[in-house]
Ligand binder design. Structure first.
Ligand SMILES: [Fe+2]
Length: 398
């Protein structure tokens, strides 16, 4: 598999970085059939037919059909049973395939998203299989491996950049209304049509209307990506940040009763929220690259948002502790300093930094004054370590 075609090469001659920056998640892309690409991917993925997928180790396979109410239905089946439904003319949808984890991780790294955000899936359609018009909340890159399938696409003005999948046959969920306040469309005009033949590539961005019909039996590979969304990133960072402050963790049974004291507390918390967020800089919500550089006596640092220093265990006999640093990122907390053993006076220094409010500025001399058990050189060293772990950043400007 070492000579497997990289995901970024699927787009050639289009430059992958151009695709990621300008097209992915934003606008559709159709690359006409290239028979050599289909041959190469069938070989690399070792998928030529539905049977190649059914014989994989414990594949998650769903039988895909239309219900009488017009909606799509999908029911998971054991591979042998799925084969019988396939023989009866139904489409198969392969969702979770352990054999493609490595490939998913490669795509995730190329797109800068966590590995679980990428799924390599397959549709095996019978002739005349249809998918009714809908939109998805995920981005999709499809390559036709065998047979032919026609896609019809259209821009979505009803619910742009949606947070969930939807078809015009579904009721509009209340959670959609903040970004889909209009009347739900009854007939969707999918204006552009692409016929996918072996080696054709299509990018259907999140939210784009799409429907398909298979002219003949066909197999396609779908790289489905959950996009990184600002809303998720900022909400997660806010939770990491606000949870440090006990006022935000308090329960208050007056909330649902509009108790005047709860209103007063709400006012205080909103003031605290504005104050905290006013200290944030972009590095507090993106993942900054930290280049190590020397810390001087007067190098000034600022306590960052959403990062926490934590003590795992203490060994009082040897005056040591096991410590770690975590960043509260979406979708999960990330370790920015792996657990390591540290002398207790250093731990006190790290704790002092951890307890500063976000945006507080200090230098090595301030740290040494707070924790006299460390030397000035040690204070500089501690700040260098915490900068690498993103608990502090260098203050820009005076
Ligand atoms: Fe879809």
């Amino acid at each position: 598999m070492d000579d497997r075609l990289s995901f970024s090469s699927w787009f050639e001659p289009l430059d992958f970085h151009e695709f990621r920056k300008r097209i992915m998640g934003e606008s559709p892309l159709f690359v006409p059939p290239r028979a050599a690409l289909a041959e190469r991917l069938k070989r690399d993925l070792d998928v030529h037919s539905a049977d190649d997928l059914l014989k994989l180790r414990d594949p998650m396979v769903k039988v895909w059909f239309h219900q009488l109410d017009g909606l799509h239905g999908a029911v998971q089946q054991k591979p042998a049973d799925a084969r019988r439904f396939y023989d009866a003319g139904m489409a198969l949808y392969f969702q979770e395939l352990a054999e493609f984890r490595e490939f998913e991780a490669e795509v995730a790294a190329a797109l800068g998203v966590p590995a679980p955000f990428v799924k390599c899936q397959f549709f095996c359609n019978r002739a005349h299989a249809r998918t009714l018009v809908h939109f998805d909340s995920m981005d999709n890159v499809i390559v036709q491996l065998t047979g032919s399938k026609t896609w019809r696409l259209g821009p979505n003005t009803f619910a742009p950049a949606p947070l969930r999948n939807w078809t015009p046959l579904d009721p509009v969920a209340p959670e959609m209304r903040p970004y889909a306040p209009g009347a739900p469309p009854k007939d969707v005009d999918t204006t552009v049509s692409y016929t996918m033949e072996p080696g054709a590539l299509l990018h259907v961005p999140r939210g784009y209307w799409h429907e398909t019909v298979s002219e003949e039996e066909s197999v396609s590979v779908h790289v489905v990506v959950t996009p990184p969304i600002w809303l998720d990133v900022v909400v997660r960072a806010l939770i990491g940040e606000l949870a440090r402050d006990e006022r935000w963790r308090r329960s208050d049974y007056g909330i649902g009763l509009d108790d005047p004291s709860s209103r007063e507390r709400a006012g205080e918390l909103l003031a605290s929220l504005r104050e905290k967020v006013a200290q944030w800089v972009p590095e507090d919500i993106v993942v900054p690259r930290v280049q190590p550089s020397a810390v001087h006596e007067n190098t000034r640092f600022v306590r960052c948002a959403r990062v926490t220093f934590a003590t795992e265990s203490v060994d009082p006999e040897n005056a040591m502790a096991r410590v770690t640093v975590l960043s509260h990122e979406y979708p999960m907390a990330t370790t920015t300093m792996a657990p390591r053993d540290m002398r207790l006076p250093w731990v006190d220094a790290c704790r002092w930094v951890n307890e500063r409010a976000t945006g507080t500025s200090f230098d090595a001399s301030d740290l040494r004054r707070a924790v006299p058990a460390i030397t000035l050189a040690e204070a500089q060293e501690v700040l260098g370590v915490l900068e690498g772990a993103r608990l502090v950043r260098r203050r820009k400007g005076p």
